[in-house]
Design a protein around this ligand. Structure first.
Ligand code: PGA
Length: 231
């Protein structure tokens, strides 16, 4: 079954958007996951309770507790109803300095409490232009993947740029992820997915990680509908 995940990033949307999405979706025929910012997790969880829509966080810390000001543990995410957590998003890697080692530690911490990590991998424009895209994907998977993770392939140059990868590029990347992680890993594509361009990505991958378009209930519902068509 396809998985469509909405990454709301640092946008102040909570139960309002979750309720609008719930109303648009009815009973979704694919897995749907909403990932609001930490302060809105509980209210989003309440807004989607009983709908089949799952709740995920955007990051976590690898330690279970302690003097880590500003950080949130895996157990805390479970306590507010999360089943998933995004790990190693390129914005975390590039803006907050998350290394492959930190990403690996976060994956481990999430899995230790039963959260499903959505491990994000993807090359920068420089890496792509230098012909290193597949090598970068392999190295990020090798550094942090554990069986049970979902892997989101998100080329950095496609995130928030309106310039999605071609479906062929996404398909090749998904193949690279499967070569590195094992044939049964679920691979999502992310990077400027919208209602108009999403259908081929559901052929190339097992679902999508959607940023900007997930903030619009109608657009997100159209993406989910395309995933349902793909099966
Ligand atoms: P975008 O973001 O859809 O706005 O490009 C995707 C992501 O960062 O997960």
């Amino acid at each position: 079954m396809k998985l469509v995940a909405g990454n709301w990033k640092m946008h102040d949307r909570g139960a309002d958007l979750a309720s609008a999405i719930r109303a648009q979706l009815g009973a979704p025929g694919v897995e749907v996951l909403l990932c609001p910012a930490f302060p809105y997790l509980r209210e989003v969880g309440e807004a989607v309770a009983g709908s089949g829509i799952a709740l995920g966080a955007q990051d976590l810390h690898w330690e279970p507790r302690g003097a880590f000001t500003g950080a949130v543990s895996a157990r805390m995410l479970l306590d507010v109803g999360c089943t998933h957590v995004i790990v190693g998003h390129s914005e975390r890697r590039l803006l907050f300095g998350d290394t492959d080692a930190a990403v690996a530690a976060k994956v481990k911490a999430a899995m230790a409490v039963g959260l499903i990590p959505i491990l994000c991998v993807g090359e920068t424009l420089e890496e792509r232009d230098a012909g290193f895209a597949q090598r970068r994907i392999r190295s990020q998977v090798a550094a942090a993947y554990q069986p049970g993770c979902v892997v989101a392939y998100e080329p950095v140059w496609a995130i928030g740029t309106g310039r999605a990868a071609s479906p062929e590029h996404a398909r090749e990347a998904a193949r690279t992820v499967r070569d590195a992680a094992g044939a049964d890993v679920r691979v999502l594509y992310g990077g400027s997915v919208n209602a108009a361009n999403c259908a081929p990505f559901f052929e190339a991958a097992d679902g999508a990680l959607v940023g900007g378009a997930s903030l619009d209930a109608a657009a997100f519902a159209a993406i989910v509908a395309a995933a349902e068509v793909a099966g």
